[in-house]
Design a protein around this ligand. Structure first.
Ligand SMILES: [Zn+2]
Ligand SMILES: [Zn+2]
Length: 441
């Protein structure tokens, strides 16, 4: 079988390189952190409408609302909505993305029998203040550094959004030659692993047979590889904000109060002392504590920002109830109450429960992407919620890396990618889609 269709698509994507560069730089400049992505989503929605997509899910249609995690407060959501409008968010679409419903899912229905394929790209920036020194940072030098202090695309999701938009355009252009259905998911709030669960739990992906995700990764020096694959997304984690409430009183008569500071101190000591389990390695961190109001006042309010990680699912499943018991009982011990707010989480998912990853790796190899290998994923990625959901319904999943030279490691204030490498990500998505439809071998 010739790969004529794929070759045409790849050639078309090459003609989009200037557009991709411009698109990515605009997203970079107007960086929107998790649940802020109103402007970003409105631009994606407008693009999809103009391409002729008939079925586009926007905002609330994309979520199980209660399964979203780590949302900003209403005041912040109102502020960023107005900011998005001031900065060119496109109406009427922008309205759909108000109040933390910042997702778009394009559904391409070819009308011909074939596989149902899901493609996922995350679109959020993260809480980093971008370097504005033109001497050492290209976005500052070329005028596209973030204009939002404390929000920066330092993980390449501006590139992912651009890849998704390019794939959407390419698939639409060649729609008549395709079969089956493709769902292109633009996901918010990956940073802090907050956004994917709400989409996965909505059930929108339950019929997906093949779910594929992408992330930028650094190209090793001297390598001509274009891609790399992960066979697992290996760190399960739970991110919590814990609120302890006691009763304030004068420090001279502490018996009149309930000391939330003491509850917090007990919790911190006890939680780090959870006995190690044989099921797997784990991490515990209480990273931030805000407490108290004065020297002579018994503390009545504490906020603890913490996370638990397991290098496999059983190790996290062991930690979570243990930590909850400690928090509740240590609070009660000091006459206080505790509330645990889930700010983010991700399950540990093995992607290669089948040979699907290997199948796509081999495809990439045959098509000249010179993939680096299939490796263990490092860190956490909430794509795992989508992969898990699809696997639970009998589908398969794959996560690949689009390689580009990096100016600095991910999440650094001088992080930058090179836009010309984004085309490789878009091409591979199209290669995988046409392969799964039986059109590319
Ligand atoms: Zn990141
Ligand atoms: Zn990322």
């Amino acid at each position: 079988m010739a790969n004529e269709l794929y070759n045409q698509m790849a050639a078309f994507i090459d003609t989009k390189k200037d557009w991709m560069k411009e698109r990515r730089q605009d997203f970079h400049k107007y960086a929107e952190a998790g649940w802020h992505e109103v402007r970003t989503c409105s631009i994606i929605a407008d693009h999809l409408v103009k391409l002729g997509y008939e079925k586009i899910l926007m905002g609330k249609e994309c979520f199980d609302a209660d399964a979203r995690m780590g949302l900003p407060d209403q005041e912040e959501l109102d502020f960023i909505y107005q900011r998005a409008l001031d900065e060119g968010a496109i109406l009427p679409y922008a309205e759909k993305f108000k109040d933390g419903f910042t997702s778009v899912i394009a559904i391409l229905e070819t009308g011909k029998p074939g596989p149902i394929i899901g493609l996922r790209q995350d679109i959020d920036a993260l809480g980093v203040v971008e370097c504005l020194d033109p001497e050492i940072h290209r976005p500052a030098r070329e005028g596209f550094a973030s204009i939002h202090p404390g929000e920066m695309h330092a993980c390449g999701h501006d590139g992912h959004a651009t890849i998704g938009m390019t794939v959407a355009e390419t698939l639409m252009k060649y729609k008549d030659q395709l079969c089956g259905t493709v769902k292109i998911v633009f996901q918010p709030a990956e940073e802090g692993v907050r956004g994917a669960r709400g989409i996965a739990y909505s059930g929108i992906l339950d019929d997906v047979e093949y779910m594929i995700g992408v992330h930028m990764s650094p190209l090793p020096e001297g390598s001509d590889a274009k891609l790399q694959f992960n066979h697992s997304l290996n760190m399960a984690n739970a991110k919590w904000d814990v609120f302890l409430t006691g009763k304030a009183c004068h420090a001279a008569s502490p018996e009149n109060g309930n000391n939330a500071m003491l509850a917090m101190a007990t919790i911190v000591q006890a939680i780090y002392g959870i006995p190690r389990a044989s099921v797997g390695d784990a991490r515990i961190n209480v990273g931030q504590v805000t407490a108290g109001s004065g020297r002579n006042v018994v503390c009545d309010r504490v906020k603890m920002v913490m996370e638990l990680r397991g290098l496999n699912q059983p190790s996290l499943d062991y930690l979570v109830p243990y930590a909850k018991r400690i928090i509740e009982h240590a609070a009660a011990m000091h006459g206080c109450t505790a509330e645990i707010k889930e700010m983010g989480s991700t399950p540990c998912v093995y992607l290669d429960t089948t040979d699907f990853t290997k199948e796509l790796f081999d495809l990439a190899d045959r098509l000249g992407f010179a993939p680096l290998g299939i490796k263990e994923g490092n860190g956490s990625e909430d794509f795992s919620y989508m992969a898990q959901r699809v696997q639970q319904h009998g589908g398969q999943s794959c996560f690949f890396r689009c390689l580009s030279p990096f100016s600095a490691p991910g999440h650094a204030v001088t992080y930058d990618i090179q836009e010309e490498y984004l085309a490789n990500g878009a091409k591979f998505f199209c290669a995988a889609v046409t392969h799964l439809m039986g059109l590319t071998n």
